[in-house]
Design a protein around this ligand. Sequence first.
Ligand code: CTP
Length: 416
Amino acid sequence: MKVTVGVCGGIAAYKAAELVRALQKHALDVHVVMTQAAQQFVQPLTFAALTGHKVITGMWETPDESGGSAASSIEHMDAAQTTDALVVVPATANILAKFAIGIADDFLSTLYLATTAPVIVAPAMNVNMWQHPATQANVETLATRNVRIVSPESGYLACGMTGAGRLAETEAIVEAVLSVLHHRNDLVGETVLVTAGGTREALDPVRFLGNRSSGKMGYAMAEAAQKRGARVILVTAPTALRAPADCEVVSVTTTEEMRQAVLSRLEQASIVIKSAAVADYRPKVQAGQKLRRSGPLTLDLEPTGDILREVVALRHPGMLVIGFAAETDDALAHGREKLMRKGADAIVLNDVSREGVGFDSDRNAVTFLTQDRSIEMAEMPKRELADHLLDEILALRRPRQVLAEADAGLPVAAGD
Ligand code: CTP
């Protein structure tokens, strides 16, 4: 597989050489692109010698004798199409801003726009630059666009300051590259049925009983599964979101509509992810006309069907069924109880009382609960979290012994 390393102009540019070596140890064919500024820190010849390939140093220059080369506009399209991943090390505040806005004024920024391969950025810069709202907003934008961020570490920085901004360890960057490459196509052949959003139960023609679910987590799951090669059926209650491209979208409003949409497609699904927040009750009688104000009002409600339990009851062999639980109190106990009661393979437990995560947020922190495991997933963008959840969902298919060995830090058998 071919990996392109984009080197930017930062003091950590020399560490890109170490990364190139580390990636080669995993039998990856590494190519290097350098920005103008990067060449102030490291000679292109270093990377040319390490990789055995010409280093692309600019859009228009003629070949020089230092190992750098010219790149024609055709060449950047070729590089964009043939690479399996683009990893930018160190990613400066400048390149993050260019990527976020879509400026293409040099080879690396053009390559970023032109490639459909996964992109990983490992930022490194002065602590104030890293913490600046502009940089943080750009990083957030890139994360929501599916760029994998390998966050910088805290420590003593080359500028003499101490704080976050030091390039992540080479191993962490290598791990991100390998995981991104590994993700490609690991869901080929699977049909993933995802439910998303919050269902609504009408009280009258203008009002409904609903909930605060934005659908973002479910849409992130659908997009991540689709990117990894699955066929995705997204059964969605109303949201303000644009459905990921190439998913089969089924729009529903009520719990009963969602139930029918899910059950009628269950045959086709190999993995069911029930991230929707489903109304548990609906009005017994729906007013045909707008309810008028006239003193206190009592609503007579009846329970809706529990779709997750029905899915579990009707599942076919080999199907994985994953539920979600949004809890406000005693989250772990409620999550465990729900796992048992619903009979799902796993519950993604969401403590929505925590600030900054959960409903309508772009970020989330969850616990992945199975019969015998409880995996904490720290706060991160929902799209990134979706990939971690899919990793764990797929791991449910692996024999338990292998999981136990992985937990104990023992080597996992080849092929896993
Ligand atoms: N769920 C479902 N059908 C319902 C209610 C919930 O399929 N009528 C699914 C949700 O999509 C979610 C899981 O069950 O995956 C847990 O939902 P939650 O509302 O937390 O569970 P409830 O059974 O409604 O329990 P409670 O309201 O008591 O917390």
